[in-house]
Design a protein around this ligand. Structure first.
Ligand code: UD1
Ligand code: MG
Length: 464
């Protein structure tokens, strides 16, 4: 049976008090709508329709770039006259048969299995609602059942509900699955005679019931799946709950998190055995940590691979961006180190405090321990790169490479003006500005010769 998915994402999100459309606010580093489409993408639907309205251009372009391959359709709802009106806009692009699953763009953590269960409960000839019992149902549409409690009679919005109905704890989560042909007929009959003057999607429930169609309810496995976001406080709350779930999944795999409440993953983190992660670390994009890796407190690591036994000391920032960054086995990084895109560090490399590495390869055993910059450089094995030394890789117009052979020793405070190459075993005297290639095995010094003046007198203060 054909499956159509409609995701409502046209609402303004007034309570976010933001110029950004609500569904583009981020949860775990991705727009909320991105989570929903990512999930529905696994359901093998024949079509996915996103209803946009508020900030439509922004929402559509964000989703088109995030899901370049997915065949998403966008339908505009302008103005926004309610959830029923929103789905009415999708009617022209929906087929005349099969099942339509309706989801919300501001309820990001719905599981694929729950959405599928809702579709299965519909089965093509029933109206299936996703409901949940809440201790505080304020604001939600209530599920009104008959005296036996079996039959669903309808949904009453909070603002339209009587005191008795407000006492009902079972609420509608905003998600339903319906036979498409019937849904189209019901949508055509909606009116806006209610407390909010809106076209309520929820009014289709009473129509289905009146037509003798069975209305069934499915429940999510976890409450977090149906929590919607209306305010910054709710967004922050959902973020913490989501992070907790991710932290627990990692701990189940054996990862030792110093404090799961102070852990943030905005992407995918793959960990080997015996990984330790201290407090306040943020992982973004795709990060891989090998066996026995240790991550100190307050590190931010994005799009990077860290090999077995490497130790990342506190306050280190690693950002591989689109190029990636990699740290070799047993390397020691930080504290206060910065690895930028294209940093490729071999085994046992040491990068110390206030050292920045960009688009550079450091072979096994190379060390840059203090206050240095390596940009666009190829650094050989066992090189010792002195404190305060930099590669001057930019001539104001173009970037050039610096090649440093094996076993080179660069003294402190050197400037290596690229393009340049230092031969194997070369030694560069501290304080040198090197603008020509340095031969292998020799000492190269490029600085004013030191002189001492015998009999020189310090100036004396003139007494008046
Ligand atoms: C809706 C339900 C309510 C349910 C609650 C769950 C209706 C009438 N009520 O109420 O029973 O308990 O969700 O969270 O459906 N939207 C549009 N266009 C519009 C209006 C809304 O696209 O014109 C979108 C919003 O962006 C949002 C979703 O629909 O993603 C829900 O809208 P919202 O205004 O939050 O509905 P609620 O009043 O919360
Ligand atoms: Mg809502």
């Amino acid at each position: 049976m054909s499956l159509s998915i409609v995701i409502m994402a046209a609402g303004k999100g007034t309570r976010m008090k933001s110029s950004r459309p609500k569904v583009l606010h981020k949860l775990a580093g991705r727009p909320m709508l991105d989570h929903v489409i990512g999930t529905t993408g696994t359901l093998q639907a024949d079509r996915q329709v996103v209803i946009t309205g508020h900030g439509a251009d922004m929402v559509e372009s964000a989703m088109k770039s995030a899901f370049a391959e997915a065949p998403l359709e966008f339908v505009r709802q302008e103005p926004q006259l309610g959830t029923g009106h929103a789905v009415q806009q999708a009617v022209p692009v929906l087929p005349d048969d099969g099942i339509t699953l309706i989801l919300n763009g501001d309820t990001p953590l719905i599981h694929a299995s729950t959405a599928q269960a809702l579709v299965d409960a519909c089965g093509g000839d029933k109206l299936a609602l996703l409901t949940i019992n809440l201790t505080d149902p304020t604001g939600y549409g209530r599920i009104v059942r008959d005296d036996t409690g079996v039959k669903v009679l309808g949904i009453v919005e909070h603002k339209d509900a009587t005191p008795e109905q407000r006492a009902i704890n079972e609420v509608y989560t905003g998600m339903m699955a319906a036979p498409t042909a019937r849904l189209k007929q019901w949508l055509a009959r909606l009116d806006n005679k209610n407390a909010q003057g809106e076209y309520y999607l929820t009014d289709v429930v009473a129509m289905a019931q009146a037509e003798g169609l069975s209305v069934v309810a499915a429940q999510p496995r976890d409450e977090v799946e149906v929590l919607g976001v209306n305010s910054p406080a709710q967004l922050a709350d959902l973020e913490r709950r989501f992070q907790r779930v991710q932290a627990e999944r990692l701990m189940e795999q054996g990862v030792r998190l110093a404090d799961p409440a102070r852990f943030d993953l905005r992407g995918t983190l793959k960990c080997g055995q015996d990984v330790d992660i201290d407090v306040n670390c943020v992982f973004e994009g795709q990060v891989t940590l090998g066996d026995e890796v240790q991550i100190g407190a307050n590190c931010v690591i994005r799009n990077a691979t860290i090999a077995r036994g490497a130790v990342i000391h506190p306050f280190t920032h690693i950002d591989g961006d689109t190029q990636g960054a990699s740290v070799g086995e047993g390397a020691l990084i930080g504290p206060f180190a910065r690895l930028r895109p294209g940093a490729k560090l071999g085994k046992g490399v040491h990068i110390g405090n206030f050292v920045e590495v960009k688009n550079s390869t450091l072979a096994d055993g190379a060390k840059a321990n203090h206050l240095a910059y390596l940009g666009d450089a190829d650094v050989g094995e066992r090189v010792n790169y002195g404190a305060g030394s930099i590669t001057a890789n930019y001539d104001g117009a173009n970037k050039h490479r610096t090649v440093i052979g094996n076993d080179v020793h660069v003294g402190s405070n050197c400037v290596l003006i690229a393009p340049i190459s230092l031969g194997d075993g070369a030694t560069i005297g501290g304080g040198s500005t090197i603008s020509k290639d340095a031969p292998a095995g020799q000492l190269t010094v490029a600085r004013a010769k030191q002189v001492s003046l015998n009999g020189w007198q310090r100036p004396q203060k003139v007494k008046r």
